[in-house]
Design a protein around this ligand. Structure first.
Ligand SMILES: NC(=O)c1ccc[n+]([C@@H]2O[C@H](COP(=O)([O-])OP(=O)(O)OC[C@H]3O[C@@H](n4cnc5c(N)ncnc54)[C@H](O)[C@@H]3O)[C@@H](O)[C@H]2O)c1
Length: 256
């Protein structure tokens, strides 16, 4: 059990990589609170986990709203009795183009990818200090490490998350709180279509996916559990001297 009895909060936890993380943290002995906007998906997560013999606390919140991004962290901390680990995983692909930019779509991408992560970290630090330390893991993307010609706003937002990580790793080191970020490549989750399917044409989406996979040396997409495994390691005491790291989980995409 690599995170036995740790109190873990995961955002955007009801689907994809976040859900895989909830399952993995539970299997590895943690107590987990799952935050998500989708109440139905949260209920289904809780009942699936119960069927596997685990209890997961749930908190419904729209993390694009600053007040909910703040209050959901305290609600999760209250349900768990504290916080040792935060995986702030929420994000959204945002608009594809830059010409005639849709400012509200741009703002939503910034709110969910960057602002919600900053607010979660700012709210959780007090809880971690009370426990004598902790670990924060953010989710960026390969697009937070190299530019993306298809998702420029997303890339700008995820570069900001990497900057937040490297800054807070220094700020929070005296508190015994490590701060790292995972940077997955295109992953096999519902969000994949947000990157490949913007045109709404399934043939174009398939072609976009093939083009993206062709750029991955390992020649395949990231599976949700592969991102979750990296997060578990960063959050665990096995990574006790690791902070400020942006860890690609990308099949070698950014190694080129
Ligand atoms: N899927 C990919 O290809 C990929 C690659 C790299 C990084 N990422 C990043 O991973 C994270 C999530 O991706 P995923 O693939 O696990 O997604 P997913 O589509 O499987 O799940 C996203 C979850 O976020 C929740 N959500 C959406 N809007 C929300 C809001 N306003 N408030 C709270 N919850 C909200 C949804 O209900 C859903 O449960 C994002 O930060 C994304 O940028 C995704």
């Amino acid at each position: 059990m690599r995170v036995a009895n740790k109190l873990v909060v995961v955002t955007a936890a009801a689907s994809g990589m976040g859900r895989a993380g909830v399952e993995l943290f539970l299997r590895e002995g943690a107590r987990v609170a799952a935050i998500d906007v989708n109440e139905t998906a949260l209920a289904s997560l809780a009942s699936d986990m119960a069927a596997a013999g685990h209890r997961v606390e749930t908190v419904q919140a729209d993390l694009s709203r600053p007040e909910e991004a703040r209050s959901s962290i305290h609600a999760a901390a209250e349900k768990l009795g504290g916080v040792d680990v935060l995986w702030a995983h929420a994000g959204i692909p945002g608009p594809g183009g830059i010409e005639n930019l849709d400012v509200s779509a741009y703002q939503l991408a910034m709110d969910l990818n960057v602002t919600s992560a900053a607010l979660a970290a700012g709210e959780v630090i007090g809880h971690m200090r009370k426990r004598g330390g902790g670990a924060i893991v953010f989710t960026a993307s390969v697009s937070g490490l190299v530019g993306s010609m298809w998702s420029p706003i997303y890339s700008a937002a995820k570069f900001a998350v990497v900057g937040l990580t490297k800054s807070l790793a220094q700020t929070f080191a005296p508190d015994g709180v490590r701060v790292n970020v995972v940077c997955p490549g295109l992953a096999e989750t519902p969000m994949k279509l947000g990157f490949t399917g913007r045109s709404g044409d399934p043939a174009e989406a398939a072609a976009a996916e093939a083009r993206m996979v062709a750029a991955v040396p390992m020649g395949r997409l990231c599976q949700p559990h592969e991102a979750a495994n990296a997060v578990l390691w960063l959050a665990s005491d096995d990574a006790s001297y690791v902070t400020g790291v942006a860890l690609p989980v990308d099949g070698g995409f950014t190694a080129r």
